[in-house]
Design a protein around this ligand. Structure first.
Ligand SMILES: Cc1cc2nc3c(=O)[nH]c(=O)nc-3n(C[C@H](O)[C@H](O)[C@H](O)COP(=O)(O)OP(=O)(O)OC[C@H]3O[C@@H](n4cnc5c(N)ncnc54)[C@H](O)[C@@H]3O)c2cc1C
Length: 484
């Protein structure tokens, strides 16, 4: 196996694939992805991507809307760069083959229609198109079932990564630059819309390597996910409420203005859940119109036994988006030399204390492209040469219930004590729990070697500690961080 590449990208969502495709113009790229390439949040994005294309829109307006949503905690230079480059990002995706509708739509928080869709499963179309481009590109090697475990850092500079391949061997890879595009960490919570791969690995890897992280207390909860037995929960997007869906309790009584901001609605649902199940209903609206406008959501619910045109659908809030992450500048640079972060795993400063809907797909493209230009001119040398291959002995017990039980303990504690509404004493209690879990997992690792499951749960414990600590460091509520 070849161990040296010009560039190493970890993750195959929109951020990783955009960066890999752009970097392939300058050298050979390896993309590592821990399961199947399409397993990503990108593949689940239903809404769309914001872009400032319309003659009636203005750069300042999109900037102001983003700052307002982020409770003005955003980095203005990052927001301005995002908005000014949205047209280029939209065109670049179209050039790759993404068939955006010509007419944009409106979403909560945007003062004007500027959200571009393909269907109501826009993310899936983007993911499929970019993966096709990558598979046709001879300069890019994509390695599936390859979990990045840790960075190889020497003299404060990132030389490469160690990867667990097929859950049975560890191999080191070296490059001029490593780009983490590992997405979010929604799986740290019991209820989430994020796919099972979203275990916050990038954050954990960066923390272990000593890279700076920021704004991790700002976890966005979506108010309306379809309440099912296990996560990931299917998202019932903002569009439904935009079309007139009502949120009601077990007696069919409305309890919140559905068009209020996401975090306000999420808290209202969370509160109501203490005394009643909560449902979303569109039964009062035109049946044909619902099926025409929301065909995929309609079909997905039908498969679960619910008819969106007449049934009340059970819902719950769910962890949806990580606003913070690995601290980067506008070039995607982290505090470790030759280590970059793009997409949801990065804290560029764009989202501030709360993300404006449909800005995240855009951020991944804009900053993935910008990081690539920087890397091309500044990262020129592969420092180390040979990879080490180790076959690991795995204790079969680690594949079973043990790690699964610990994972659920982390997820439940995060949901109950570090979730939508936070209290200082509960945060402190949660922190103690996570620190003790991490110790327990490290002992297991020491004794028995590693497995994909163990690494994921270890990463979840690392991320749980980082989020809880960040929440404790901010005693006053701001944006989606709500503390009483
Ligand atoms: C249900 C849902 C709906 C959404 N709707 C919208 C929307 O309409 N508009 C919008 O702008 N945003 C939306 N978002 C948010 C948006 O989809 C994400 O922020 C964005 O797709 C993140 O892209 P990414 O490339 O950073 O990460 P992802 O797409 O999550 O990709 C991360 C990749 O990293 C891989 N990976 C992770 N850890 C490792 C590891 N250790 N080793 C190797 N590989 C690893 C994963 O397997 C995956 O391939 C939505 C999110 C969800 C969950």
């Amino acid at each position: 196996m070849k161990n040296n590449f010009d560039y190493i990208v970890v993750g195959s969502g929109i951020a990783g694939l955009t960066t890999a495709l752009t970097l392939s113009n300058f050298g050979r790229v390896a993309v590592f992805t821990k399961k199947n390439p399409s397993d990503s949040s990108t593949n689940l994005a239903q809404g769309g991507m914001a872009a400032m294309l319309g003659k009636n829109d203005r750069v300042e307006w999109h900037i102001e809307d983003t700052l307002k949503a982020g409770d003005f905690h955003n980095k203005k230079s990052a927001v301005s760069f995002l908005v000014k480059n949205s047209l280029e990002a939209h065109h670049w995706l179209k050039k790759q083959g993404v068939l955006f509708d010509t007419k944009p739509s409106l979403e909560a928080g945007h003062r004007i229609s500027r959200i571009f869709h393909t269907t109501d499963f826009t993310g899936q179309d983007i993911e499929k198109t970019l993966l096709k481009k990558v598979s046709e590109n001879k300069k890019i090697n994509i390695f599936k079932d390859s979990l990045a475990v840790d960075l190889i850092v020497k003299n404060d500079s990132c030389d490469g990564i160690s990867v667990l391949i097929d859950d049975n061997k560890i191999v080191s890879f070296f490059s001029k630059a490593v780009i983490l595009a590992t997405g979010g960490s929604g799986q740290v919570y019991l209820w989430t819309t994020n796919p099972t791969v979203a275990t916050g690995d990038g954050i954990a890897i960066a923390v272990r390597a000593g890279a700076k992280v920021s704004d991790l207390e700002f976890v966005q909860f979506h108010p309306t996910a379809f309440k099912n037995k296990t996560s990931p929960l299917f998202l019932l997007s903002e569009r439904l409420r935009g079309e007139g869906a009502k949120l009601v309790d077990k007696n069919g009584k409305q309890f919140v203005n559905e068009l209020l901001p996401r975090d306000v609605v999420a808290r209202a649902v969370f509160k109501k859940q203490k005394t009643s199940e909560v449902y979303l209903t569109m039964a009062h609206l035109d049946k044909k119109d619902i099926i025409k406008k929301l065909p995929n959501i309609y079909k997905a619910l039908k498969k679960q036994g619910y008819d969106l045109t007449k049934d009340s659908v059970p819902i719950t809030p769910a962890a949806h988006y990580q606003c913070g992450g690995i601290t980067t500048d506008l070039d995607g640079k982290t505090s470790v030399k030759d280590l970059f972060a793009v997409g949801e795993v990065a804290a560029t400063g764009v989202h501030g204390a709360n993300r404006l809907a449909s800005n995240s797909l855009l951020e991944a493209v804009v900053f993935g492209r910008r990081a690539s230009s920087y890397i091309k001119t500044h990262c020129l040398v592969i420092s180390s040469k040979e990879g080490i291959q180790t076959n690991y002995r795995l204790d079969p017990r680690l594949r079973g219930d043990d790690t699964q039980k610990i994972k659920i303990k982390i997820q439940k504690t995060m949901w109950e004590k570090v979730g939508i509404v936070r209290k200082k004493n509960e945060l402190l209690e949660a922190l103690r729990t996570f620190k003790s879990i991490k110790k327990q997992l490290e002992i297991i690792k020491e004794k028995n070697g590693i497995s994909l499951q163990l690494i994921e749960v270890l990463n979840l414990s690392e991320v749980a500690i980082a989020i809880t600590q960040a929440a404790l460091n901010r005693p006053k509520s701001l944006g989606v961080h709500y503390i009483t």
